[in-house]
Design a binder for this molecule. Structure first.
Ligand code: NAP
Length: 181
């Protein structure tokens, strides 16, 4: 299970490309580097006739263009593409690739967030849902459903509508930040 990751938000007034680089470096390149070790191990497992599954923890955040999440969203979109393409390449070898796309989970990472997090679940709850999904043989595990279905539905709207909603959310969140200092 390749789970390590970071989330750095961009302050558009002080645009800094290092924020984009840090997210991509940890979440995409870091995961890709882990495969240098994980892939030979998975192949050895298959050679012994045992089931081999690679789990990549992505996020549902990139399904909608949230303000400040340029770096994080781009990294998780890239990571998910990476995982899906790996799934295609590794299927003939009998190695499964599972993508986990959580909503908000209460962890040290989200404890830093200064905005409301709808449908926040505990880390224990999230772990239970991941284990459940793996036991059922799912290759896509997304939760909590109320959050991920809403995001999926929003993401399927025409781009013009998405842009208006995203801009309005970003504007509201910036106003709240300024009010809260
Ligand atoms: N929490 C959420 O709401 C949420 C939602 C969607 C997806 N996710 C994803 O879930 C995964 C776990 O996040 P979390 O919420 O559990 O965050 P967390 O509590 O901050 O844990 C992140 C883990 O990643 C490791 N890590 C971070 N940067 C690293 C680096 N450069 N090299 C090696 N290890 C590094 C950390 O190690 P150290 O402790 O040693 O720094 C820590 O063990 C991440 O991929 C995150 O994007 C989280």
């Amino acid at each position: 299970i390749l789970n390590a990751g970071t989330c750095e938000y961009l302050e558009i007034a002080n645009y800094d490309s290092a924020v984009i680089e840090n997210n991509i470096s940890t979440n995409v390149v870091g995961t890709a580097r882990c495969l240098d070790i994980a892939l030979p191990a998975l192949r050895r497992t298959v050679a012994k006739g045992q089931p081999a599954t690679l789990v990549i923890v992505s996020s549902s955040a990139w399904w909608f263009p949230f303000g400040r999440a340029e770096g994080y969203g781009a990294s998780k979109a890239a990571l998910t593409y990476f995982a899906h393409a790996l799934r295609a390449d590794l299927a003939p070898e009998g190695i499964d690739v599972v993508v986990v796309s959580p909503g908000f989970v209460k962890t040290p990472l989200t404890d830093r967030n200064d905005f409301p997090m709808p449908f926040l679940v505990s880390a224990e709850d999230a772990a239970g849902r991941i284990v459940n999904g793996l036991r059922k043989g799912r290759n896509e595990i997304a939760f909590p459903k109320r959050f991920t279905w809403t995001l999926k539905a929003l993401g399927a709207l025409p781009q013009g509508l998405i842009d208006r909603m995203a801009a309005s959310m970003s504007h509201k969140s910036r106003n709240e930040q300024e009010t809260n200092g």
